[in-house]
Design a protein around this ligand. Structure first.
Ligand code: G6P
Length: 473
């Protein structure tokens, strides 16, 4: 397994000592249970700056750290990964920036990750590379080691050709991915977008889900692209949601908020793709119109810190915190809060208690590869209570069809849908929850990885590299 992040993230404790906490984001949520149940190694960055660590085992997972220094963080992580690719792949919600120095470092770091894999991969090993930070790694591995089975999974959307065409290095990124035997995407449209881009911007030809390069290409391999929607560790969430301590904690949370009639919840990394401002605007208007009554409702918004050195994230934080202040200032009383904003991340058990405490979960992302929070909320509601309000622009919307679907750009539409959720009869809540749980029970994360790896294993690897690994292209 190769991903930019390991499942653990380096932190400095208040007393100055170094420790680890769980890494943020959906990728780690999904991959951790799979790796805990398998023998492989996980190659990734450990969250420290300029710190070389030996391989180590944590919670039954063998971790192989890849170091990043301050410049790497600025140019490869905050720069090319999170200020070029992330906004470009999320419908250019904020404008992507294109800098050659960032691209140069992205190439260099992808090479570093590939080398770390090459040091440990056994003959004929299966290597599964993850996400937008490492799109050049499949080709680098294939050029160096034709014996490897190489899979790649993109956790975020793949943009339409009309947007992707902006990228000055579009051909290199596409060829980097096409070095894999199998490239997996969250949705069918992502796979189609990728294949269309390959056709348009490289010398690969495509037929159905397969791409092959023209004979003069330096790498002769077949690359397959398919949708493999990711999921959650369903049994784990189900088990935790029945834990008496967690149930008691959920009751305590409601009690501490003054037992309001309705608790709504938002859980996101503080990211502009998540539609937090649209959600707060809608909520503020519902309070203003008195469709929701201050004193009877509370929105808990967990916004976990993310990419805090990136300018667009700093601006978003300012905007969100201004809106939070406006809402609480206008609608709170001495005895009731209408909005509890928490700029923290919490352990899984506390998250399950929050899911259980919430009558409605609001997922209003403007674009999201999948959104595992939506799936976790459903899995936590074995009691059949609760309503999921879910943006159409998430991968999860394809599967959680019994949710209340919303277009986050349509504020009036969202207001109506949120009120529908708040007033939904219990019998209907239970019916919808049951159907969605039925789906998740079958399509859990183990099934996702099994399906991907089975498809990968069935592909007949047939690649003949004719030139050594190119670094300058
Ligand atoms: C998303 C991405 C992951 C990333 C995570 C957290 O889930 O798909 O690749 O790890 O966000 O973001 P960070 O920048 O903190 O790794």
């Amino acid at each position: 397994m190769v991903a930019n992040r390991l499942p653990v993230d380096r932190v400095t404790n208040p007393d100055g000592t170094q420790g680890f906490r769980r890494s943020p984001g959906g990728l780690v949520t999904a991959l951790e249970p799979i790796m805990a149940a398998s023998d492989g190694a996980w190659v990734g960055w450990h969250g420290g700056i300029d710190e070389e660590l030996e391989s180590f085992d944590k919670d039954d997972i063998h971790l192989v750290p890849v170091p990043l220094n301050e410049d790497d963080l600025e140019l490869y992580y905050e720069g090319f990964s999170n200020s070029t690719l992330w906004p470009l792949y999320h419908d250019v919600i904020v404008p992507p920036a294109y800098h050659r120095t960032w691209w140069d470092r992205y190439k260099k770091i992808n090479q570093r990750f590939a080398e770390a894999v090459l040091r440990i991969a056994a003959p004929n090993a299966t290597v599964w590379v993850h996400d937008y930070q490492l799109q050049l790694v499949p080709r680098l591995l294939r050029l160096a080691r034709p014996d490897l089975k190489i899979g790649f999974f993109l956790h975020i959307p793949f943009p339409a050709a009309s947007l992707f065409s902006q990228l000055p290095w579009r051909r290199q990124i596409l060829e980097g991915l096409a070095g894999a035997d199998l490239v997996g995407f969250q949705r069918e449209t992502d796979a189609t977008n990728f294949l269309r881009c390959l056709r348009r911007f490289t010398d690969y030809q495509t037929k159905g889900h397969e791409a092959t390069p023209r004979p003069e290409h330096d790498l002769q391999n077949v690359c397959r692209a398919d949708a493999h929607p990711i999921s959650i560790d369903y049994e784990q969430i189900k088990r935790l949601s029945r834990d008496p301590q967690i149930i008691a904690r959920a009751a305590q949370i409601r009690h501490e908020l003054g037992n309001p009639k309705t608790i709504m919840l938002g859980v996101d990394r503080l990211d502009y793709t998540k539609g937090i401002r649209h959600r707060l605007k809608t909520y503020g208007e519902l309070l203003n119109d008195k469709q929701l009554k201050a004193g009877e409702v509370c929105l808990i918004q967990v916004a976990s810190p993310s990419r805090e050195n990136v300018e667009t994230y700093m601006e978003l934080r300012d905007q969100v915190e201004l809106m939070v202040g406006q809402i609480t200032g206008q609608f709170d009383t001495l005895s009731h809060t209408t909005l509890r904003y928490l700029h923290h991340s919490y352990p899984l058990k506390e998250m399950i208690a929050l899911y259980l405490a919430a009558d409605v979960l609001l997922v209003t992302a403007l674009r999201d590869g999948m959104n595992l929070v939506a799936k976790e909320y459903v899995a936590a509601h074995q009691d059949g209570r609760g309503v999921l309000v879910l943006s159409e622009f998430t991968g999860a919307a394809d599967q959680l069809t019994q949710s209340v679907l919303v277009n986050p750009h349509d504020i009036d539409g969202m207001k109506a849908k949120i009120m529908q959720a708040v007033n939904m009869p219990e019998a209907e809540q239970a019916k919808r929850m049951k159907r969605m749980n039925h789906h998740l029970e079958e399509y859990d994360v183990a099934r996702w990885s099994h399906r991907f790896l089975t498809e990968l294993a069935q592909i007949n690897t047939n690649s003949i590299p004719v030139v050594p690994a190119a670094s300058g292209s």
